[in-house]
Design a protein around this ligand. Structure first.
Ligand SMILES: *Cc1c(COP(=O)(O)O)cnc(C)c1O
Length: 425
């Protein structure tokens, strides 16, 4: 039986049997007991399914991953310790030293550094591209060693909309998967797999947790990409793994190959594991995700409308606004709304902008977005501080850009707060 997304939020991932706890249990255990040496051995050979050590797999984590997998319409999923770990694993699972991949340049600052600086040190090269370029221009960036294409459904912080049709076609015409970070839209408003994405990643730290309680990430594989059809490109999936007695993931695990490899190799060796306690909090957040996302979006729509009509505001970017240049694309991929985050710039100096931010009473300055409390940030002074002006420009982050994340409060109160702070400049 296939349920609607609101029902999946509550019900997917865990169905207690007779006499079992109604709430998803936290399996707070590092290890799991087996009766015979042989049983344990089969687990280590990936010949049998079962738990043996929480760094690799934990039942609570798996239940929550299964819920997100179902919400995204995927085939297999895993939790990670953070969104950063999810993005790293998603790419590193199919790229090694000497490989290349393509990413939209307008992405989360942390991901930009990961791809452009840290992964470069590992010998993996990323070309950042302007996602608004036409197909023919973007196609020129592919090389024989290009292994994937990466973009964000709604970019953080600039809330630009990814042209899924163009990006999926671009990736697939070149025989590589499309990886999409769906953190801002969440599967409530957009399910990238339905629009051609092969792998979906999340910082569950944001709306999915939704209450600012813990850091987490998730990778969902659609199971749709045919690795064996491009076996020469993906030796890690399509040739025997010596560290598992010669298993070939794509042959043995079918639609689960990508996630099994990421678990068996990357989680085993790098250990960016989610704690079961945090997975439990994440599940609580997921249960109310559909209701919350609607309220976040409705608040953002009202705040964007207010800012748009205010004399002290130079510009507003929110794809939900009807006159936004990306409104049609937002309607196409996110007909029920986008997210609670918007951006704007003020008329006036940097000093006046600071006076505005410091004058807010309800909205707080935070290195966070997408939780129940309204918060804001000035990326050029905060999250993107390490970037040069040139890099800021490439990432599409204007020096005057204020990222404003509408919480779950009453929109009138958020607007009144903005109004009193604007009056200070
Ligand atoms: C926050 C964020 C990340 C990084 O996630 P963490 O959980 O903070 O590691 C990655 N991508 C996007 C779009 C984000 O907003």
């Amino acid at each position: 039986m296939s349920y609607n997304i609101e029902t999946k939020c509550v019900q997917s991932g865990y169905s207690p049997k007779n006499g079992e706890p109604r709430q998803m249990p936290i399996i707070q255990s590092t290890t799991f007991k087996y009766s015979t040496s042989d049983e344990m051995g089969r687990l280590f050979d990936l010949e049998a399914e079962g738990y043996f050590y929480t760094r690799l797999q934990n039942p609570t984590n798996d239940m929550v991953a299964a819920k997100i997998c179902d919400m995204e319409g995927g085939a297999a999923a895993m939790l990670t310790s953070s969104g950063q770990a999810a993005n790293f694993f998603a790419v590193f699972n199919i790229c090694e030293a000497g490989d290349h991949f393509i990413s939209a340049s307008s992405i989360y600052g942390g991901t930009y550094n990961l791809f452009g600086v840290t992964m470069k040190k590992m010998g993996i090269e990323c070309t950042f591209v302007d996602q608004t370029l036409p197909y023919e221009e973007l196609a020129k960036y592919f090389r024989p060693n290009t292994k994937c294409v990466f973009g964000e459904t709604l970019t953080n912080p600039t809330v630009n909309v990814l042209d899924f049709e163009k990006f999926a076609r671009l990736a697939h015409d070149h025989g590589v998967p499309l990886i999409v970070d769906n953190t801002f839209a969440t599967p409530i408003n957009c399910r990238p797999i339905e629009h051609g994405a092969d792998i979906v990643v999340h910082s569950t730290t944001k709306y999915m947790d939704g209450h600012g309680t813990h850091i987490g990430g998730c990778i969902v594989d659609s199971g749709n990409f045919d690795w064996m059809a491009h076996a020469d490109k993906y030796p890690g999936l399509c040739t025997p793994d010596d560290s598992y007695h010669g298993i070939t993931y794509a042959e043995k695990f079918g639609k689960g190959a990508y996630i099994t490899k990421a678990t068996a190799q990357l989680m085993r060796d790098l250990g960016c594991v989610q704690s079961p306690q945090n997975a439990f909090y994440l599940n609580l957040g997921l249960e109310s995700l559909a209701c919350r996302v609607r309220q976040h979006c409705s608040n953002a729509m009202k705040v964007a409308g207010y800012l748009k009509n205010n004399d002290r505001v130079a510009w507003v970017k929110y794809p939900g606004l009807e006159d936004d240049p990306e409104h049609a694309m937002a309607e196409k991929y996110m007909p029920n709304g986008t997210c609670g985050v918007l951006c704007f710039g003020l008329k006036g100096t940097r000093e006046e902008c600071n006076r505005f931010m410091d004058g807010l009473k309800l909205a707080t300055i935070e290195t966070h977005v997408a939780d129940s409390h309204t918060c804001l940030l000035h990326p050029a002074s905060h999250t993107h501080r390490q970037m040069s002006d040139e890099q800021l420009k490439e990432a599409g982050v204007a020096p005057d850009l204020i990222r404003f994340s509408c919480g779950l409060e009453n929109a009138d109160d958020i607007i009144a707060d903005i109004g009193q702070a604007l009056a200070l400049i």
